[in-house]
Ligand binder design. Structure first.
Ligand code: ADP
Length: 316
């Protein structure tokens, strides 16, 4: 029988640290089985604190959180059996081989020997480390260690794998590899992935994302729906005479242009369709036109009044 209860459900979840920092200020989340759910926000937004509560590593100040149907506060043991964790800091043992790290984890979870052997082989294959199974982890690159952590997080067949900034600190090639392996995980295993990121391009991999800022969810949906809700493309133009161009845009097209870093910026529902009309009707020489579809950064800007970049992070 399939279990279609939410894998993660929180209502009014709050965490105030001693000293008074309100890191999480009333978060409601519903994550469904098999979803890849992204938790997006700048540094300090409350992502790690939320994950820590869901993983029973931090106690909520108020509200409820259920993971795999079990309450993180009243039944933390059941929650721990159903989750896998991949944290920002490396927690695999550098003095053991890849296979030994997994065997140790299997023993912690009391997996039967035969199950552990099969799962170790399967998971090492899943993350592309079969050939390195007997190498000491201290000889691994950052990306290989992260992949081993993913293998370890999945070894005991959890319902949900929590990944806190799974690609933080990795070079672009290793980041791409980690994502390639996460995609394999998604297609081959019925596991829910719950990940935090401050990389906008990584949020695009998710089925659904929630944007958190200052301890509160500011918006939630599929990346496509969130971007579509912006409802407008951005058109940046450089002209031979910006002042006259701005007046013509207002008078002939009914558009309010705002000064951009170079030239003028306008918003229209369909930028590509607008460009020919603009070229024909502006009456001022155009030097360049750039049409930009809404990005998740535009979503963040709409919800918070600032870009994710300005909030302290740069998307690579
Ligand atoms: P994120 O993961 O989005 O970067 P965090 O959950 O780490 O955000 O932090 C949210 C807020 O809580 C920040 O203001 C941070 O300084 C504060 N914070 C995090 N951990 C602790 C702690 N152990 N004690 C006190 N304040 C903390």
């Amino acid at each position: 029988m399939t279990d279609d209860r939410p894998t993660v459900l929180t209502r009014g979840l709050r965490k105030t640290y001693p000293g008074g920092t309100e890191a999480v200020r009333g978060v409601d989340l519903t994550v469904h089985p098999g979803e890849t759910f992204g938790f997006l926000g700048p540094n300090g937004a409350g992502k790690t604190t939320t994950i820590a509560m869901l993983c029973t590593l931090a106690r909520p100040t108020a509200g409820r959180a259920l993971v795999g149907g079990s309450d993180v506060t009243t039944d933390p043991g059941a929650v721990r059996r159903r989750i896998g964790l991949v944290f920002q800091e490396t927690t695999v043992d550098p003095d053991l081989t890849a296979a030994e790290n997994l065997r140790f984890h299997a023993e912690l979870h009391a997996l039967p020997r035969a199950t552990a052997r099969t799962a170790t082989a399967d998971m090492l294959a899943l993350v592309g480390l079969t050939a390195q199974r007997d190498r000491l982890v201290r000889t691994f690159s950052g990306g290989m260690k992260r992949r081993l952590e993913i293998a370890r997080g999945l070894l005991h067949s959890p319902r949900v794998l929590f990944l806190d900034e799974p690609t933080a600190g990795l070079d672009p090639r290793s980041r791409a590899q980690v994502w390639e392996h996460l995609h394999h995980v998604r297609t081959r295993h019925a596991v829910t992935l719950f990940l935090t990121t401050h990389y906008l391009d990584e949020a695009e991999h998710c089925d659904r994302i929630a944007v958190i800022d200052d301890g509160l969810i500011v918006t939630e949906g599929t990346p496509a729906a969130l971007k579509a809700a912006i409802g407008a493309d951005r058109v940046d133009l450089r002209t031979a005479d910006d002042r006259t161009a701005a007046a013509r845009l207002r008078d002939r097209f009914g558009l309010a242009a705002v000064p951009a870093a170079e030239g003028l910026r306008i918003h229209v529902p369909d930028g590509a369709a607008f460009v020919p009309a603009l070229c024909a009707g502006l009456g001022v020489p155009l030097l360049s036109v750039t049409v930009t579809r809404p990005s998740l950064d535009d979503v963040f800007l709409r919800c918070t009044g600032r870009t994710l970049r300005a909030a302290g992070e740069a998307s690579p």
